[in-house]
Design a protein around this ligand. Structure first.
Ligand SMILES: Nc1nc2c(ncn2[C@@H]2O[C@H](COP(=O)(O)OP(=O)(O)OP(=O)(O)O)[C@@H](O)[C@H]2O)c(=O)[nH]1
Ligand SMILES: [Mg+2]
Length: 450
């Protein structure tokens, strides 16, 4: 009789636990979806986004279900032995489902990229940002590199004295290092070789297919180049993982053959830090579609599957004119970046890069680091974290950013021609940027649009 009763009790407990588990799953489903819905463009198709339950992919749900099942079995055995009250069986099942889901990180909706970056806004050692210049460069670009360094030193760094990091896929020559030391004797300089796995094919890439792509793309700029693809992949997914950058939170990317046209009289890193900005640029431009045919769809697929990475109030409008349906090809020109390294170190960006890398477009197409950085920053950051440095006169062949504000131009001794400013010209994305940020265009912008 006692055995009969306890079996009935157990069946009842199991029934209650299954009912409660279903309720938990359903509740998570609607609340998660509601939470992310406001952060995503309306055109995001939730039916494709892995929202089959609690924001989990089917595999993750399976894992959660299996874990819950195991816990339930254990609880059932314990109950049979007369050690666990019925309520514990229910709690154990529900908890197992939640534990398994949050172990996958899918229910952790606080995985905001800003939580990851914020600690680097509050420096305790006198407020000086942990910042450096970072330059990827070849030995044979020494001359053009020295020209860039001279400009940056003269216009900014003689006063602020931030470190310079130089990276290369091969060892720097002694001549290269000596010349750099000579140019910047008062700055810390560090020279690093890139680890082989950051500049080579991962095992999931079909190298024959990659070689065929290079042949097919021979008539596209850098389409036939293998090293250019390694460079773009490195700038997208690895420069910030180089051990020499571990000591820093902020970087300014500098390339050979660039120019700074105006004095920069304030500490731009400190400005970024104090104003809690994350990504700063000077020039924006449209990408060649033929280099990135599947980048947008691959990216959207990732964000649909991982909607918790989509920032509230993001800058989607800058990169898409139809709320995420299509890419408008706009991107920040990444040869200049002043940004927070923790953006790239964040779980959100790392997962995004990983998805892109596995999709293979760095090699099977010719994905550039500029659209990759830009799509990520525009989606995973709140838009007020992105800053356009209209006051920094900058040149990377063939385009200029030249301050249109006469006061800024004069006070900072600029030597560029405002007529050459690229911001509002046809192929630029300045208009898209101003509109997406809700910024008022300069009064005289039309004068400089042709
Ligand atoms: N060490 C090394 N650096 C490279 C290699 N290819 C490119 N770089 C560097 O990577 C950065 C980007 O390369 P660029 O050739 O300037 O690419 P880009 O800016 O898209 O093209 P350009 O319009 O030609 O300047 C520059 O700082 C280059 O010096 C390479 O094979 N090895
Ligand atoms: Mg360049």
């Amino acid at each position: 009789m006692a055995v009969f009763l306890s079996k009935r009790l157990l069946r009842f407990a199991l029934f209650v636990s299954v009912a409660l588990l279903t309720l938990v799953a359903l509740r998570n489903h609607s609340s998660t979806q509601d939470y992310v819905a406001e952060y995503l463009p309306a055109s995001f198709d939730f039916s494709l986004s892995g929202f089959t339950g609690g924001g989990n992919s089917p595999q993750q749900l399976d894992a959660a279900g299996k874990a819950a099942e195991q816990q339930r079995e254990a609880a059932e055995a314990a109950a049979e032995a007369g050690v666990a009250p019925e309520s514990d069986i229910v709690d154990a099942g529900a908890k197992a489902l939640q534990d398994a889901a949050s172990a996958e990180g899918t229910l952790d909706l606080s995985k905001d990229v800003m939580d990851f970056i914020k600690p680097s806004f509050t420096r305790t050692d006198g407020g000086r940002p942990k910042a450096c210049f970072v330059t990827l460069v070849r030995n044979n670009e020494l001359h053009d590199m020295v020209n860039s360094i001279r400009k940056v030193q003269k216009r900014f760094n003689e006063e602020f004295r931030y470190d310079w990091i130089f990276l290369n896929d091969v060892e720097f020559t002694q001549e290269f290092k000596d010349k750099i030391h000579e140019e910047i004797p008062n700055s810390v300089t560090k020279f690093g070789v890139i680890p082989h796995e950051h500049w080579s094919y991962p095992d999931y890439i079909d190298q024959t297919k990659a070689a065929q792509t290079r042949e097919k793309m021979a008539n596209i700029i850098y389409g036939a180049s293998e090293s250019y693809r390694h460079m773009c992949r490195f700038q997208s997914g690895f420069f910030w993982r180089h051990p020499l950058l571990d000591d820093y939170d902020w970087y300014w990317r500098v390339e050979p053959s660039i120019n700074l046209y105006c004095d920069i009289k304030y500490d731009v890193f400190k400005w970024m830090q104090d104003n809690e900005k994350v990504y700063g640029f000077t020039i924006s431009i449209h990408e060649y579609l033929s280099t990135i045919p599947t980048l947008w769809d691959t990216s959207m697929e990732f964000f649909k599957e991982n909607p918790e990475y989509v920032a509230k109030d993001n800058l989607m409008k800058f990169i898409s004119g139809d709320n995420g349906e299509h890419y408008n090809l706009c991107h920040f020109w990444s040869n200049f970046e002043i940004a927070n390294l923790n953006l790239w170190r964040s779980p959100a960006y790392k997962a995004y890069f990983d998805a892109l890398d596995h999709a293979g477009g760095f090699f099977y197409e010719r994905w550039g680091d500029a659209p990759v950085h830009s799509i990520a920053a525009s989606i995973i950051l709140p838009k007020d974290k992105i800053h356009y440095f209209s006051d920094i006169g900058y040149h990377h062949p063939p385009y200029d950013n030249c301050p249109l504000d006469d006061r800024v131009w004069t006070e900072n001794h600029c030597d560029c021609d405002q007529k050459n400013d690229f911001t509002f010209k046809g192929y630029s994305c300045g208009k898209e940027y101003y509109d997406a940020q809700g910024l008022k265009r300069p009064v005289n912008w039309e004068e400089y649009s042709h």
